[in-house]
Design a protein around this ligand. Structure first.
Ligand SMILES: Cc1ncc(COP(=O)(O)O)c(C=O)c1O
Length: 518
């Protein structure tokens, strides 16, 4: 019944039926294994997979290796020792692998509850949250004012579809965003549900208004996972590979990156090259840019570059769109990240932090452009859902009453100074950058060659998770660690998170160095 796996590893092959029995008969009773909890749905699914193996050096932790169709991805589960039950997290990981498509990536912490900048997983472990649901929870998990607003709204009505039966809170939130957005001209706002949808609509509006089709985006930019937003995105893996063809008439220009020696002048020359060689500027409807690139690696667009873009847009009648989905809503120390440069875009896309954890996005901008499309051309069933709108009103109140723009600057300064100190200790930290509390550091194999170190980056995330810190990576070469703590994070929790980060770096860098030496 038990035999060696054909891979020569000395691991033991195991029939699924044995796993279902939860006990493996071996000479030594200490080798008994019961890593699958009773009546676990995973248990039923496990039996369906064709290859299971037990990786269990005697007397050590035991793992189940599960080979999943269709790619034969091998999943390592458990880590239980004799008779120990599989953790709830590991069980959920197995159920996820069996029930959710492989394309939906996720890390290993399954949350049970969360509060401000902390969360607890299903096994009761506590984590400091430096991801904030990817910059969504600028106001923290479950801010009391957001919760109260949502509860009150739920008592009144939860959905009517704004196109069918409209409501005042939608109009009032549009008024508030119109007043907050930069520019001393009339503005209008449209609500949607996701960041990608906001970007899609900003492009639709720009095309309709200019009667032009081409759109220019930037290398390393990220604008979403729908087909048009993927066309705009300048990062192939994991976003674009295999999902084309994408909509036509999208062009990419170089995003300036001082750390990689791409200057404003070079980036502008690249745009000129595009205008001469690929696309007539008079057929360009929009230029879309993240003032601080999110997924692309927290690259801050130099302000002189943003100003030059504004001039080019004015010269050629192009709509300038600032994608503020990640950098907006006080994250960078101003309500919108483009405000640091003094540049006024024609349109802005907002999402993430706007809804404080409830799905809401917006396009805000020049009324003359926003009004171009015919009635019925914009919108959607859930756009501006009343619950999300109520949450967004509370988010704006909290940003104002708790001074979160100022707080973002303080949190960011603290992060940056700690990272700069760590950079002296760790030569693998090639660059520390960002704006306000949108802070990141880039990991390289050698500070001179700046060769990206994606393996070390992944190891830092894993070490952080093991120590109780949730982190995210980014960057076109997956070698940037980004810090996106809630802006409401208490000082003590922020310090704790930074200590955990330092420990994770030490752990990961140490093991990487050992590996390199070995
Ligand atoms: C700058 C930017 N634009 C658009 C999006 C897409 O937003 P969503 O994932 O809500 O569709 C993201 C998401 O990370 C983003 O960072």
């Amino acid at each position: 019944m038990l035999g060696d796996l054909p891979d020569g590893s000395g691991r033991t092959a195991l029939e699924p039926s044995l796993v279902q029995r939860r006990r493996i008969a071996r000479d030594d009773p200490r080798d008994e294994l019961a890593v699958i909890p009773e009546r676990s749905p995973a248990e039923t699914n496990l039996a369906r997979h064709d290859a299971l193996a037990l990786d269990q050096p005697r007397g050590q932790r035991a793992y189940l290796l599960l080979k999943l169709p269709p790619n034969d991805t091998v999943l390592r589960l458990g880590g239980g020792i004799k008779g120990e039950q599989m953790s709830k997290s590991a069980d959920l990981k197995a159920r996820k692998a069996a029930a959710v498509p492989a394309g939906v990536g996720s890390r290993g912490v399954y949350v049970a509850r969360a509060e401000n900048a902390e969360l607890w997983d299903v096994d009761g472990r506590r984590y400091v949250d430096f991801a904030a649901g990817i910059a969504v929870l600028n106001t923290g998990h479950r801010h009391p004012r957001v919760m109260e607003a949502v509860a009150q709204q739920a008592l009144a009505f939860t959905h009517t579809c704004f196109h069918v039966v409209p409501y005042e809170s939608y109009v009032r939130l549009a008024e508030r965003l119109n007043a907050l957005a930069p520019g001393d001209f009339a503005k209008k706002t449209l609500f949607l549900s996701s960041g990608a949808e906001a970007v899609e609509n900003a492009i639709k509006i720009a095309r309709y208004c200019t009667k032009r089709s081409a759109v220019i985006a930037f290398s390393g930019g990220f604008h979403g996972r729908t087909l048009m937003t993927l066309a705009l995105t300048g990062k192939v893996m994991p976003y674009k590979r295999g999902f084309g063809p994408f909509p036509a008439e999208v062009y990419h220009a170089e995003f300036p990156q001082p750390y990689r020696d791409i200057t404003t002048e070079q980036a502008l020359a690249d745009l000129e090259r595009l205008f001469h060689g690929d696309v007539d500027p008079k057929s360009v409807a929009a230029i879309i840019i993240e003032p601080v690139q999110g997924e692309g690696g927290f690259n801050v667009a130099p302000f002189d570059f943003l100003r030059a873009l504004r001039r080019l847009c004015d010269e050629h009648g192009i709509v300038m769109i600032a994608d503020e989905v990640q950098g907006g809503m006080a994250r960078t120390g101003k309500m919108f990240s483009i405000e640091h440069s003094g540049v006024v875009p024609d349109l802005m896309t907002l999402a993430k932090g706007l809804g404080g954890g409830f799905p809401l996005s917006a396009v805000t901008g020049r009324a003359t452009i926003m009004d171009a499309a015919h009635a019925g051309g914009l919108g959607g069933t859930y756009g501006g859902n009343p619950i999300s709108i109520a949450a967004a009103h509370a988010v704006l109140d909290v940003i104002e009453s708790e001074g979160l723009c100022h707080r973002a600057a303080t949190v960011g300064d603290k992060m940056r100074s700690r990272l700069q100190a760590l950079a002296k200790e760790f030569p693998c930290i090639g660059d520390v950058r960002g704006l306000g509390a949108m802070v990141a550091f880039e990991l390289v194999k050698d500070p001179k060659t700046k060769e990206p170190d994606a393996e070390l980056t992944a190891a830092v995330l894993t070490h952080a998770e093991q120590r109780g810190l949730i982190l995210l990576s980014c960057g076109t070469a997956a070698n940037v660690v980004r810090l996106l703590a809630p802006l409401t994070i208490p000082d003590a929790v922020l310090s704790e998170g930074l200590d955990l980060l330092a420990a994770a770096l030490r752990g990961a860098y140490g093991s990487e160095t050992k590996r390199a030496v070995a």
